[in-house]
Design a protein around this ligand. Structure first.
Ligand code: URA
Length: 303
């Protein structure tokens, strides 16, 4: 039997929602798909019935059916399951944009206009061409030391990052911190960011056009931070920044070069910590990559 929100006390409802959150439920949906077209047609019809009709001679103006008689849409059902309540209000249709060449040009122009990392952050904040910003709570820009020798680039923020507004602060971030610590790095001596600064809904993989829209910003970010080494974490960052179709399992562990403006920066693709959480046996591969990174850092200090 479906749980009915209307039968529950606020305390019971809060307890149920926090149970869902603890169980990893992040995005709440209906049991069955909602036909929004049908809903809006029903709404339009009930509005037009509610509108005063031109009075026929001698008759009272119609006031339309009382609310109780209006067609109940699935979202209005009195006994709708708790899961029917959306957590994040849907973006207004007027906020959403269909990515077009103007949006890509806007991204390129905004990114190029930034001459400091602070300006780049402000430019991203002002960029409205990527719809992900409307479903995300915060802009997740970067963390760590922007003057560090090593810059780590992940994929996109997850739920915790979206809440806290900083990259890699959830479980994958805790593992990243341990990976850094294993070779003597920390957030004081490393700079951390993502390809995409807004959380994709439900943590889905960013779509190719979203990656392309955000690309000018991450490219400018690397150029402005000017690290001595870039580490790409996972498939999305490695493939898109290195411009290759090869998967991360064949890319990882091989030193490459990343072109940032005029500079060519040594770049190391490796496995994403979130992947390691799902595939702990692969940690041995990352351990080899981390040792290689540590060696490179040592060589840089000497040379
Ligand atoms: N995964 C990422 O790629 N980036 C984050 O910030 C968190 C998880």
């Amino acid at each position: 039997m479906a749980v009915s929100a209307s039968d529950m006390t606020p305390q019971a409802l809060a307890a149920l929602l926090s149970f869902y959150a603890d169980s990893g439920v992040e995005d709440l949906c209906e049991d069955a798909a909602i036909d929004r077209f049908e809903q809006s047609a029903a709404l339009a019809q009930s509005r037009s019935q509610a509108r005063p009709q031109p009075a026929a001679a001698g008759s009272r103006p119609s006031s339309g059916p009382p609310p109780a008689q209006r067609p109940a849409t699935p979202a209005m059902r009195p006994g709708a399951a708790v899961a029917a309540q959306p957590m994040t209000p849907a973006p207004q249709a007027s906020q959403l944009t269909i990515p077009n060449e103007a949006a890509f040009e806007d991204a390129r122009a905004l990114a190029a206009s930034a001459t400091t990392i602070a300006e780049l952050r402000a430019a991203l904040d002002g960029f409205t061409g990527c719809n992900l910003r409307h479903s995300a709570k915060t802009l997740v820009f970067a963390d760590g030391n922007p003057e560090a020798d090593v810059m780590f680039i992940g994929e996109a923020p997850g739920r915790e990052e979206d809440i806290q507004g900083a990259p890699f602060v959830g479980r994958a971030g805790q593992l990243l911190d341990r990976m850094l610590g294993a070779i003597g790095l920390s957030r004081d001596t490393a700079y951390i960011t993502n390809m995409i600064p807004w959380r994709p809904p439900g943590n889905r993989t960013p779509a190719p056009h979203e990656i392309e829209l955000c690309r000018p910003f991450i490219e400018r970010h690397v150029a402005l931070a000017a690290p001595k080494i870039v580490v790409m974490l996972g498939n999305v960052a490695s493939k898109s920044l290195l411009g290759t179709d090869k998967g991360i399992l064949s890319l990882r562990g091989t030193w490459m070069e990343y072109q940032a403006g005029d500079a060519r920066i040594p770049a190391l693709p490796t496995l994403h910590p979130a992947y390691l959480l799902r595939n702990p046996a692969q940690k041995r591969l990352v351990w080899a990559d981390l040792l290689s990174l540590q060696e490179r850092i040592e060589q840089m200090k000497v040379g």
